[in-house]
Design a binder for this molecule. Structure first.
Ligand code: FAD
Length: 369
């Protein structure tokens, strides 16, 4: 067997790229294996919360220079608009196409060996060395593995199912008519409909990202068909219908994702297996906090790793820090679908929106500066 690498990172999304950058800056020899060979769109609302913006700045990534669009407020709509409030933090919107590539470029610049088009199919540990099986038959050896495959589980390493796992996600970009683009600028809008909810915001190129979650029952009632589902949502929601009137889809078909283990949060890990981002915690999407968790886990993991900590300590710490916000986000997400009429509470108490916005994210006390 050849001498194993010090550390292998599997997956080059925000979590994997960030931990790679941080470890390489401390002089460690790091390899990232990323299955995609080129830039591509990902199922994501592309909302960067205040904590994510802060962590990206710490990494030295200037997202404004990449064109990130500022977001100042959130609006909630059911049939019509119900409530709106300023966000409790400055947020941004940036396509994953741009963000993920910029992070991998930065990782390369810092000396990480970034291997694109390398899909890991299996992972096992023998005599304190991990062996990752590449799809083409090659095996990569490492003493430590950072598991950052995000939404996709590695063969043999399935995550628990989570607490809300019956939702299917769709994402589509639209070019809005000018008046609607102007009305949306600076806002993230959440639209509730029977069986799901949708988020809409502008990205850096001026297109609107519509990212929605729908339960399987509603999707079946729509014949599993995107056009029927979209027509159903627009028929129900005056607000969304106004925004998308005359809008032109920008992808041939929507991106889709199912079996998302919302509410999943691990509390332990195998020796020298550092689980990051969606591989350790999956918070409901309406909170727009998944990327913050990914970047936070990367920062905590790199600090622990460089200071002789263990992967079990990482899991325990993230569990302690995130369990409250993920539990609240999961309960809220269930209510948004099971009892959306409760959202009308926000009409009389709009500050509740702000409270939920604050309490469903990585707590300020946990952030590492
Ligand atoms: C519908 C929806 C909307 C969302 N909206 C938002 C939002 O607006 N804001 C927000 O902050 N979060 C949002 N999220 C959550 C966010 O997308 C994730 O939390 C975040 O991407 C996690 O980062 P990650 O690095 O852990 O994983 P990912 O971003 O999924 O990255 C994993 C990487 O690993 C690679 N990979 C996977 N398998 C392998 C393999 N076997 N071998 C090699 N490479 C592999 C993938 O190609 C990918 O590049 C949303 C999620 C969903 C489902």
């Amino acid at each position: 067997m050849t001498d194993p690498n010090e550390a292998l990172i599997i997956g080059g999304g925000p979590a994997g790229a960030a931990v790679g950058i941080l470890l390489a800056r401390s002089g460690r020899e790091i390899t990232i294996a990323e299955k995609s060979s080129t830039t591509h769109d990902k199922v994501c609302g592309e909302f960067l919360s205040g904590e994510a913006v802060q962590y990206l700045a710490q990494l030295g990534l200037d997202i404004r220079a990449l064109g990130a669009a500022p977001i100042y407020g959130v609006r909630l709509a059911r049939r019509e608009r119900i409530a709106e409030c300023e966000l409790p933090f400055p947020a941004m919107a940036l396509t994953r196409r741009k963000l993920d590539e910029a992070l991998l470029e930065l990782a390369t610049h810092e000396g990480v060996y970034v291997r694109r088009g390398v899909r890991i199919d299996g992972l096992r540990r023998r005599q304190a060395v991990w062996s990752a099986q590449v799809a083409d038959g090659e095996a990569l050896q490492a003493r430590s593995v950072f598991l950052a495959t995000g939404k996709h589980d590695l063969g043999g390493w399935r995550r628990p199912k989570g607490k809300q796992n019956n939702l299917v996600a769709f994402k589509m970009y639209f070019a809005l008519v000018t008046a609607q683009q102007n009305a949306l600028r600076g806002w993230i809008e959440l639209g509730l409909f029977p069986g799901g909810y949708a988020g809409l915001q502008l990205t850096e190129d001026g297109n609107a990202n519509l990212c929605l979650l729908v339960n399987q029952k509603r999707l079946r009632a729509c014949g599993g068909d995107w056009q029927t589902l979209l027509a159903y949502i627009l028929d129900f929601s005056e607000h969304m219908a106004e925004r998308l009137e005359g809008a032109v889809p920008q992808l041939q078909k929507p991106l889709a994702l199912s079996s998302i283990p919302y509410g999943m949060l691990l509390h332990d890990s195998e020796p020298d297996l550092w689980r990051l981002g969606d591989q350790t915690a999956v918070t409901p999407s309406f909170s727009g906090d998944g990327m913050s968790i990914a970047l936070h886990s990367a920062k905590v993991a790199s600090d622990l790793y460089l200071n002789g900590g263990t992967s079990a300590e990482l899991a325990a710490r993230l569990h302690r820090e995130l369990r409250g916000s993920i539990a609240l986000a999961t309960t809220t997400s269930r209510l948004m679908i099971a009892a959306p009429e409760l959202a009308h509470l926000l009409r009389v108490w709009p500050q509740l929106l702000r409270v939920l916005g604050t309490r469903t994210r990585v707590p300020q006390t946990a952030l590492v500066g």
